[in-house]
Write a protein that binds this ligand. Structure first.
Ligand code: PMP
Length: 362
């Protein structure tokens, strides 16, 4: 049988080992006689799963003690509203929120935040077709902003921050890391809030991760739903309402898998190699094209175009025949996209590279 490699942007490939373990534990988790899906979130079995997931994630990302790790629902788009609902109250109203606009996802965040705050787009790469991150020296920041929002990996545009911004004042940085969290070493203390949907590098859709510095809690606007008020969620250890228990369980297995792989630093090394292999094939001649400036090219989500777009359907059909799935680009930009998250082995990238070369007649 053809080996299948899944390049979906999300929901996305998960480690086979994790899926096999979940299958083996599906009907009876550790002799409890229950599936994780059937357990009370307040029972000792699930509490132990939850605590291990939080502990392992804290270790993997070296999350400092003064940060809370929260498991919510609502996805990345939900956070676009939940973030302002929690943070604009830190300043006199109407508060201003700063954004750096580097692609589709930060664009969506800007639109949503405008419902709750005055929005200042401090910098944008839109005029250049979202092919990079404007240099921090060119950002026109608001001195007293409630926060600065950035999307550190633009999933559709394939633009990744190679740096963490450093701000002079005490404006917290909010980072949407949905599509590259746990793929590279970060210094959590440089951010006020990190959030992401789970369905790329963490686990199944339906689980949303928020890492928030404790001093930012407690400023939610009165209209903020209690289930999305981070201080309420933190106080209840992510169990103010019923959390997405199965998603947390799978995320926990992914965290254990990451630790067995050597942690985030080891993963980052592999991700650098995987991305280099793929970009080399895309850059070999002008048959394919990736339009992102080299310094800002994503290691995780790699859009590319065929020079002759009339070959798109043939390219996708041939890919499918070879077990290379879900390579079609996002509908808003067209072309192709290969998402090569942590769980994509280098063999999968090599299989794609072999096909790219074959299709280009090299
Ligand atoms: N932000 C980024 C960077 C994303 O890639 C996505 C989903 N692709 C979202 C936000 C939206 O996430 P969700 O669909 O979970 O709301």
């Amino acid at each position: 049988m053809t080996h299948i490699y899944n390049f979906s942007a999300g929901p996305a490939v998960l480690p086979k080992e994790v899926l096999a373990q979940a299958a083996a534990e599906m009907l009876d988790w550790h002799g409890s006689g229950m599936s994780v899906m059937e357990m009370s979130h307040r029972g000792p079995e699930f509490i132990s799963i939850y605590q291990a997931a939080v502990r392992d994630l804290r270790e993997l990302l070296a999350v400092p003690d003064n940060y809370k790790i929260l498991f919510l629902q609502g996805g990345g788009l939900g956070e676009n509203a939940i973030v302002p609902l929690n943070l604009v109250g830190r300043k006199a109203q109407p508060a201003t929120v700063d954004f750096v606009h580097t692609g589709s996802w930060s664009g969506k965040s800007i639109k949503e935040a405008a419902k709750y705050a005055t929005v200042n787009v401090a910098a944008s790469s839109q005029a250049e077709g979202f092919c990079g991150v404007p240099p921090q020296s060119a950002w026109k920041l608001t001195p007293d902003a409630a926060y600065l929002h950035i999307c550190t990996n633009e999933t559709i545009d394939g633009v990744e921050y190679p740096f963490a911004p450093e701000l002079a004042g005490d404006t917290p940085i909010v980072a949407d890391m949905s599509s590259h969290i746990l793929s590279r070493v970060i210094d959590v203390s440089q951010y006020g809030v990190i959030f992401g949907g789970a369905q790329k590098n963490i686990g199944p859709a339906g689980l949303t991760l928020v890492i928030v510095r404790e001093d930012l809690l407690g400023a939610a606007l009165p209209i903020c739903p209690s289930a999305f008020d981070w201080s309420v969620v933190a106080e209840h250890e992510s169990m103010y309402n019923t959390p997405p228990t199965y998603g947390i369980y799978i995320a926990g297995l992914v965290f254990q898998w990451l630790k067995r792989q050597g942690g985030v630093a080891a993963m980052e090394k592999r991700n650098i190699d995987k991305a280099a292999l793929l970009y080399a094939a895309l850059d070999a001649d002008d048959f394919y094209q990736n339009r992102v400036a080299k310094a800002y090219r994503s290691r995780m989500t790699i859009p590319f175009f065929l020079r002759d777009e009339s070959k798109n359907e043939a390219f996708l059909a041939g890919a499918k025949q070879r077990g290379l799935l879900q390579l079609k680009g996002h509908k808003s930009v067209g072309g192709m996209r290969a998402s090569i998250y942590n769980a994509m082995p280098i063999e999968g990238v090599q299989a794609l590279v072999d096909y790219l070369n074959e299709f280009a007649g090299r």
